[in-house]
Design a protein around this ligand. Structure first.
Ligand SMILES: [Ca+2]
Ligand SMILES: [Ca+2]
Length: 216
């Protein structure tokens, strides 16, 4: 699975209407009818979040209310209910008057809460930086004595969930989209929390450098 930076619950109507008889003993007897109908709330398939509040096995008595909350995964936002409900009301109160299926849609959080130019999704999922703390530039360039070369350094962060952050250093003469080329020897750098420092010769034709990061 690779993330590139340049980057829907349900119910069955079981309709046996049972009849329970309650013998009250010596004096009298009466029959009490109990409606045992139930319905089932099922979830549809969706990704990047979960739905909480569903009863065990999704079983409800007919007429019960299911109180549901859509919870996005890190770096995502809840967009809308799907299936048995629409809109964005949280929590959702769903009346279980029949079998129902519910789902939720979650999308990338493209807000930039801390105003550092990096979206919350990119920070949380791709870069591993804090979306609530302004981050200074992720890559640092500094001249080396004599100005014939320069150093380029960055923090190659760990990734979670069994994935690896891979870094590529690229350069361009003019910032045009198709002009970026990989720096030989500086691609597929696996992040493990290390600071990577490169010393590169100054090549006048290649004026611009960028750091690309992806999850694999
Ligand atoms: Ca940000
Ligand atoms: Ca940040």
């Amino acid at each position: 699975m690779q993330h590139s930076r340049i980057f829907t619950l349900v119910a069955l109507l079981l309709c046996p209407i049972g009849s329970l008889s309650a013998d009250t003993g010596n004096s009298a007897s009466s029959n009490v009818t109990v409606d045992t109908r139930s319905c089932t709330l099922t979830t549809s398939t969706f990704s990047h979040g979960s739905i909480t509040g569903i009863e065990t096995n999704g079983k409800y008595l007919l007429g019960d209310t299911a109180t549901l909350t859509a919870v996005p995964s890190t770096g995502y936002v809840f967009t809308t209910w799907t299936g048995a409900a629409t809109g964005t009301t949280q929590p959702l109160e769903l009346i279980m008057d029949t079998d129902k299926t519910i789902g939720a849609t979650f999308t990338q959080d493209l807000a930039d809460t801390d105003g550092d130019g990096l979206t919350n999704f990119d920070e949380s999922v791709i870069l591993g930086t804090d979306p609530n703390v302004f981050d200074s530039p992720l890559i640092t360039l500094a001249p080396v004595a004599g100005n014939a070369s320069f150093s380029l350094s960055f923090l190659a962060r760990n990734a979670s969930s069994g994935m690896t952050r891979k870094y590529d250093v690229q350069s361009s003469p003019d910032l045009s989209p198709d002009s970026w080329i990989a720096m030989p020897g500086y691609s597929n750098i696996a992040g493990s929390g290390q600071t990577v420092t490169l010393t590169l010769p100054v090549v006048p034709a290649q004026k611009f450098y960028r750091l690309c990061v992806r999850l694999e």
